[in-house]
Ligand binder design. Structure first.
Ligand code: FAD
Length: 303
């Protein structure tokens, strides 16, 4: 119930305006967001690299309404690739298609994604296309397949809460696509997504067991110790090397677990988001763990 309310509120423009212009909530956002500028994100990325973890940088923003906004986001991403190279960071980039104009036109969006994939290839890097709500799933899979046919350094994300994900995994694997597996962070109806957490988790394990032995380099994105233990068990059972996949976690979430996996010799990549459009991302993080909300409310009234 609380999760659902928080996810609904994440679409509210007036709440977003109030929260992102309030000095206290802006400070509190730093729990999950590296900062509002690329410089702050670079600093956070360097700290992750120094701790033995790779990074994927994301400039927050979604559902732009004009081509100019989408082009501006594309230019920011191009600049991020160059900055990563200049700073010699072990990092790549994650983007959202609705930030690159998917709501305006798929062809227009595809052109922008193609230019990012080309820059990723030129810089020997990688572009991860995040998965947003289920209304975008088919267009995301189709677009990624088309861009991948031109340049292979692009991959996408599969959400274990969607019924369709098993067939998407089968489809994407035939293209050799690198996949990040997550549970899914949006508010979805029971017609498209498993309503029960136990089913989402069971599907996560099933999909992970399809990905890991596939011979391609995938990312297992979760903070759930049970999903991590199942992944390690599968890798041991199938003799898959620790270098043939990576765990991914979000900036500021379960840093203890992040460090433990690095200590145990696993590859770990941290998703480091930054930018001024942090409100929907921040609300999704609160929704994932309602205890976070209590923490923020207490700190807000204390400050
Ligand atoms: C690198 C990465 C990229 C992602 N990309 C996408 C994407 O493209 N599309 C998409 O829909 N979703 C994405 N997600 C979010 C994902 O779908 C889940 O919503 C999120 O990871 C929580 O699920 P979980 O696997 O950690 O398991 P859960 O069952 O939600 O959580 C397991 C445990 O992890 C801890 N935990 C989880 N979330 C939090 C939090 N916010 N604060 C504090 N503790 C927490 C708690 O201890 C919790 O008990 C991404 C997640 C990661 C890690």
């Amino acid at each position: 119930m609380l999760r659902s309310t928080l996810l609904k509120l994440s679409d509210s423009k007036s709440l977003a305006h109030w929260v992102t212009s309030n000095a206290t909530t802006r400070r509190m956002s730093h729990r999950f967001v590296a900062g509002e500028t690329l410089d702050e994100a670079i600093e956070a990325a360097r700290a992750c690299n120094d701790a033995g973890m790779a990074v994927t940088l994301d400039c927050l923003g979604e559902n732009v309404t004009t081509p100019a906004e989408a082009q501006k986001a594309r230019d920011t991403y191009l600049g991020m690739y160059d900055r990563i190279a200049q700073e010699k960071l072990y990092a790549n980039v994650s983007c959202k298609l609705t930030q690159l104009g998917l709501d305006l036109s798929i062809e227009f969006c595809e052109g922008l994604v193609m230019s990012l994939a080309e820059r990723a290839a030129a810089n020997e890097s990688f572009l991860r296309v995040d998965m947003e709500s289920s209304i975008y799933a088919q267009r995301t899979v189709d677009l990624v397949k088309r861009v991948r046919a031109q340049t292979p350094c692009v991959g996408t994300v599969i959400q274990s809460y969607l019924y369709r994900s098993e067939s998407d995994v089968q489809d994407l694997l035939t293209y050799g696509c690198r996949i990040r597996l997550c549970k899914g962070a949006y508010k979805e109806p029971a017609e498209v997504a498993f309503p029960r957490k136990a089913d989402v988790d069971a599907n996560y394990v099933k999909l992970m067991r399809m990905l890991l032995p596939s011979g391609f380099y995938h990312a297992i994105a979760t903070h759930d110790p049970r999903m991590i233990a199942e992944t390690i068990r599968c890798a041991v059972e199938k003799r898959i090397s620790k270098d043939d996949f990576e765990f991914q976690m979000l900036y500021g979430v379960r840093t203890d677990l992040q460090r433990r996996l690095v200590r145990d010799g696993y590859r770990v990549r941290i998703y480091v988001p930054f930018g001024q459009e942090w409100f929907p991302y921040f609300m999704r993080r609160l929704a994932e763990r309602p205890a976070n909300l209590g923490f923020f409310v207490r700190n807000f009234f204390r400050s």
